[in-house]
Design a protein around this ligand. Structure first.
Ligand code: MG
Length: 375
């Protein structure tokens, strides 16, 4: 039996992970869960999955148990839970950088981390290597590439991630006038708010490009992105003899989560199979520069590397937040990110503290820059 700890269990990836675990009784068990924003849902998950531990965010409220589940509180409890000897695999699905220290600690302790949090790889990719534990990428594109390279990693020429293109791929209207609701209705994937906005601007794919660089050790020039609206092919690896391998599945995050939780075995999780005879159309288009300004900004930041990556992530996250709260229009997200990155000068990001401090500074700069230019 593998004991799984799901950090960020109330988000879309966390919920999918719990669903996958429940499909493998006797093989996988929910050992611990943690969530912050949706406390009621977290309590419901405790009642349903009966983990050994639950971690609530914030201060100890004095509640020590919910039935047989022990209640813990705060960030340190995340690390405690993730590094317990009984914990076999940690699903890191806490959005943002709140799980950064915990991820590093888990890897140092030799834990397997099914990593879904992009921000951690983008900002701290240089701190993840050389640790005892193994990272299994949950994101569908990186999971696809991982599945190929894990079995065959010599003679690789390049890798390609696919991008659905989001809701505005062929949009002819004014992007300055689109509403948050339009932006949040992704044609293929059902996801959290920031990643939905990032998919619409293609910043999401830019961040994935950066992640791929750190996860697979392929040089920056050999990581490509193609638009593929059906989101059935998730990634390609091209080999030096001209062959290309691809990984396909129905677009549902539970497939890659199931792969990670059962790794290195392959296990049926009882989900529907991709019916190849019914795939009518698989189309691929190149991404031209200028098509998605956010994607171009991410590529530029990857070239510069270092603290530009933390700056990019923080600037985008804050700009997205401002769009969602109605303070800036959708088309100003890249403008704001570009202005802030343009002023950034390389700083040291050798520790989690450095990264978190820079993250805060950049967010303040985003707000100040928006005040200066857009009000
Ligand atoms: Mg993805």
């Amino acid at each position: 039996m593998k004991n799984v700890v799901v950090l960020g269990s109330t988000g879309s990836i966390g919920k999918a992970a719990l669903d996958v675990i429940s499909r493998h009784p006797g093989k996988l068990s929910v050992y611990g869960i943690a969530g912050s924003r949706h406390k009621n849902l977290l309590i419901k998950q405790v009642m349903k999955y009966r983990p050994r531990f639950v971690v609530f965010s914030g201060e100890n409220t004095g509640k020590n148990r919910i039935e047989k589940t022990e209640c813990l509180y705060g960030e340190e409890s995340l690390e405690f839970l993730a590094t317990l000897p009984e914990t076999d695999i940690v699903v890191m699905a806490i959005s943002g950088l709140a799980g950064l220290r915990c991820t590093l600690k888990s890897l140092e302790q030799g834990k397997t981390v099914a990593l879904a949090t992009k921000e951690i790889v983008v900002c701290a990719g240089h701190l993840l290597s050389g640790k005892k534990g193994k990272i299994l990428p949950v994101d569908s594109e990186h999971n696809a590439i991982f599945q190929i390279l894990d079995r065959e990693n010599s003679g690789v020429s390049d890798i390609t991630l696919t991008a659905s293109g989001g809701p505005f791929l062929n949009y002819k209207g004014d992007l300055g006038k689109v509403s948050a609701k339009q932006v949040l209705s992704h044609p293929v994937w059902k996801m959290g708010k920031r990643i939905s906005v990032d998919s619409a601007t293609m910043m999401n794919k830019g961040l994935e490009l950066i992640e791929a660089f750190y996860l697979f050790g392929v040089s920056k020039e050999n990581i490509n992105v193609v638009l593929h609206p059906q989101a059935v092919v998730h990634g390609f690896v091209r080999f030096c003899d001209g062959f290309v391998k691809a990984v396909l599945s129905i677009p549902d995050m539970r497939y890659s989560i199931n792969y990670c939780l059962n790794y290195p075995e392959r296990t049926d999780c009882g989900m529907s199979e991709l019916d190849i005879s019914r795939i009518k159309d698989l189309s691929f288009y190149s991404v031209k520069s200028g098509m998605f300004p956010c994607f171009d900004l991410a590529k530029e930041a990857l070239k510069k590397g270092g603290s530009y990556l933390t700056a990019l992530n923080a600037a985008d996250d804050e700009a997205v937040r401002m769009f969602l709260e109605g303070s800036i229009s959708f088309d100003r997200i890249p403008v704001l990110v570009e202005k802030v990155l343009g002023k950034h000068r390389e700083v040291c990001v050798d520790t989690p503290d450095d990264i978190l401090a820079l993250d805060c500074q950049i967010r303040e700069q985003v707000r100040a820059t928006a005040d200066l230019f857009f009000r």
